[in-house]
Structure formats: C-alpha cells, structure tokens
Design a protein around this ligand. Structure first.
Ligand SMILES: NC(=O)c1ccc[n+]([C@@H]2O[C@H](COP(=O)([O-])OP(=O)(O)OC[C@H]3O[C@@H](n4cnc5c(N)ncnc54)[C@H](OP(=O)(O)O)[C@@H]3O)[C@@H](O)[C@H]2O)c1
Length: 355
C-alpha cells in the first residue's frame, strides 16, 4: 500500500491543466457531503451533489462545511445540488456514497444517465458491492473504504470524528488520481491499495459490531464494557476470520493489535480489557453505531452486506456462522418492528445453542 503523500499523483495533477471536470457525489449524506466539501475547494473541479430535497434545503440555508480530524475547515457555498439524477450525464467521475442497501434502486438511474466510460467509485461499507454493481452497469467500478466516522454536529456541518486514512483501490484513471491528489493536498490522506479485497474484509471485521450495538441499544463504550457483549463480538469476529483464512484473504489491519488478536482481547475480563484497550475505549460516551441510527430512523440497514455477508460466505465455504446468523436475525426483527429487547446474556446463550 502506498501512503497518501507518496501518491500525490503528478500524472493525475497534470491531467487537469486548463480544464474543468465534473465530479458527481451521488447520495449526498454524511460521507458524500464531507468528501464533496473538500473537492469544492479545487478550482479544476465542478462538484455536483445528488441527494434528497431536505439536504438541498439544508445546504442552501447553511452552506456546506467539512472539518477534519486535524481541525482543518473547508466551506462551500453555493452548492450545486440536484434531487434528480438526470444531470449525471454531465459527470466525468462519480463518487457513489449512498448506503449499500440503496444501490439496487439506484442502478436503473445510473444506467440511464451515466455515460458508460465514466468511473464510479463505490464508497460503501460491506462485501460484494463492486460485484453487484458490475453485474448491472458497464462503467469501470472502483472501491474506496472510509475508515473514520463522520458526524453532523450542526446543520450543514460534517465533521470527521475518528482518525484514519481513506483506502482507495489502485487504478489508472487520470481524473480519479487527480481527485486522490486533491484530498492529499488538503490533508485528507488517501492510501492507494492494490489488494482492495483485503481492505474490505478488514473493515468488515470492525463493522461486525454495528449490528450488536443496534441490538443492545446502549452506547458503544458501555457496550464494550459489557463482557457478554464482547464475547458475542469475539465469536462473530472469529467466524469472519475463519472465512477469510478459508478464502485465502489476509484482512487489512485497521487497529494497533493484529486482527487475529482482537477476539482474544475481547474475551479478557473487563478489568484487564479496560487496561489494555484504552485506545478502543477512547470514544465519545454517547456514540452509537450508524446501524443503531438507521433502526431509530426506521430505515433499512446494511446488515446483508455486513453480518449477512459473513453468513453467505460461511455457507459458501461450509463454515458455521451462528453468531452472525443470530445478529442478522435480530436486526431483521428490529427492521420489522417485531424485536423484543433481550439481555446480552440471553443473546449469548442463543448463539451457543445455535453453535
Ligand atoms: N457515516 C459514516 O461515518 C460512515 C463511515 C464509514 C463508512 N460509511 C459508509 O458510507 C456509506 C454512506 O454512509 P452515510 O452515513 O454517508 O449515509 P447517509 O448519510 O444515509 O447518506 C446517503 C444519502 O443518500 C441518499 N439517497 C439514497 N438513495 C438515494 C437516491 N436514489 N437518490 C438520491 N439520494 C439518495 C440518502 O437519503 P435517504 O436516507 O432518504 O435514503 C442519504 O441522504 C455507507 O455504506 C456507510 O456504511 C459511513
């Protein structure tokens, strides 16, 4: 993997001399608005945001601001915002930032309006995204993984809440590499990565907790201090690591500790866990997972691209996935409004019965 500064790609920079390029941010929510605000700072890029009417009104009223983890602030106003996708025809590059479960309904419109040679960078969490998109559209599909969280402290203001460099699939598209260089220049570091599957698989290991956090219905920090909850997460992670090994994929590491030691750390008694895992616990005491947010907003979640993908690949490799299957089942119940709250002890018992 090459670091952001090494990759400050001259080839990409030269590509724009005297020209302007149109970048479409499709699905202008937390990630789309955050990244789009950076790109608006570059005079060679004409950034078009595609999203919901409510976001258009919010940005028209408040402007758009992005704040980095290192306290850089970028402001954009006016913002070119479209609630119809027809202007996609003008785009030279698309950053696709809808949630994974919104991709299928969007495919028809992408197919209808996007020129077939235009690269699409899919920025979702989860497994199987590029394969799914490639089945339906002819465009070159690239993947990028966002390792940090973005929150919205105020209307129109999108703030990076945790550290981490964006991981971006290595590619030869000049405009894509120009955009990477813009992010790097503005100190939003991008690491270019040859093995994007390893990056996806490693990110999933961390995202397995999103569902558990939504089910337990308590803040992340409190949840991590509950040993039964950690034991469930350790089981879910072990299932995924066994699948990765079977598939011959070495998942990229996003934490100080090697991936294979994470379940070991989670199984520690709480007093020891607290001492060793202070970095993991250095989170806002009120923070919860985005899947919890989706459940509260009565939206469909990305579960089938996360724990659901573990289940699917487990079946493929004939490996058992009782922990992830129970989590998927409970999230589906939450989505349907038929879930009855249960203690983590009961949840753990249920998983052990399934094993
Ligand atoms: N937020 C984070 O901190 C974070 C961090 C790392 C990775 N990610 C990943 O990044 C991806 C995007 O997450 P996000 O948090 O930015 O999601 P988000 O805030 O929900 O943004 C997506 C936006 O796209 C809109 N949208 C969906 N379908 C649309 C359509 N057909 N036309 C126009 N607009 C449409 C959504 O509107 P509706 O809600 O009305 O559908 C929403 O406003 C996810 O895969 C997530 O897992 C997020």
């Amino acid at each position: 993997m090459q670091s952001g500064q090494q990759q400050d790609n001259h080839r990409g920079q030269q590509a724009t001399a005297g020209q302007r390029y149109c970048v479409g941010v499709v699905g202008a929510g937390s990630i789309g608005c955050f990244l789009g605000a950076y790109l608006c700072q570059d005079s060679a890029l004409d950034v078009k945001f595609f999203g919901r009417e409510a976001m258009a009104l919010e940005l028209a009223a408040h402007g758009l601001r992005a704040s980095s983890y290192r306290q850089h602030h970028y402001f954009a106003q006016p913002v070119a915002f479209y609630s119809s996708l027809s202007s996609l025809i003008e785009c030279d590059l698309v950053l696709l930032t809808v949630k994974a479960n919104a991709l299928v309904p969007m495919l028809l419109e992408l197919k209808r309006y996007l020129r077939p040679e235009i690269p699409v960078v899919a920025m979702q969490n989860g497994i199987g995204i590029a394969e799914m998109l490639s089945q339906d559209i002819a465009n070159p599909i690239l993947r990028a993984i966002i390792p940090f969280n973005v929150i919205k402290p105020k209307a129109g203001h999108f703030q990076q809440a945790t550290a981490g460099n964006i991981i971006w699939q290595q590619n030869t598209h000049k405009l894509v590499n120009y955009v990477i260089a813009v992010f790097n220049r503005l100190k939003l570091s991008v690491d270019v990565c040859l093995d994007i599957t390893a990056a996806e698989y490693g990110k999933l290991l961390l995202n397995l907790n999103n569902a558990l956090n939504a089910i337990t219905d308590i803040p992340l920090k409190q949840q991590l201090l509950d040993r039964d909850s950690r034991l469930i997460l350790a089981l879910a992670m072990q299932e995924w690591l066994a699948i990765c090994a079977q598939a011959g994929v070495k998942p990229l590491r996003y934490t100080l500790l090697p991936n294979t030691l994470l379940p070991w750390l989670l199984r520690m008694p709480t007093s020891i866990f607290k001492r060793i895992a202070h970095v993991l616990l250095a989170i806002d005491p009120a923070a919860r997972s985005s899947m919890w947010d989706d459940i509260q907003a009565k939206k469909r979640t990305e579960i089938m691209f996360l724990n659901g993908a573990v289940m699917r690949l487990g079946q493929h490799y004939h490996l058992p996935t009782p922990a992830n299957s129970v989590l998927v089942d409970y999230i589906k119940q939450l989505e349907m409004g038929t879930f009855h709250s249960q203690s983590t002890q009961t949840l753990l018992k249920k998983i052990r019965q399934h094993a």
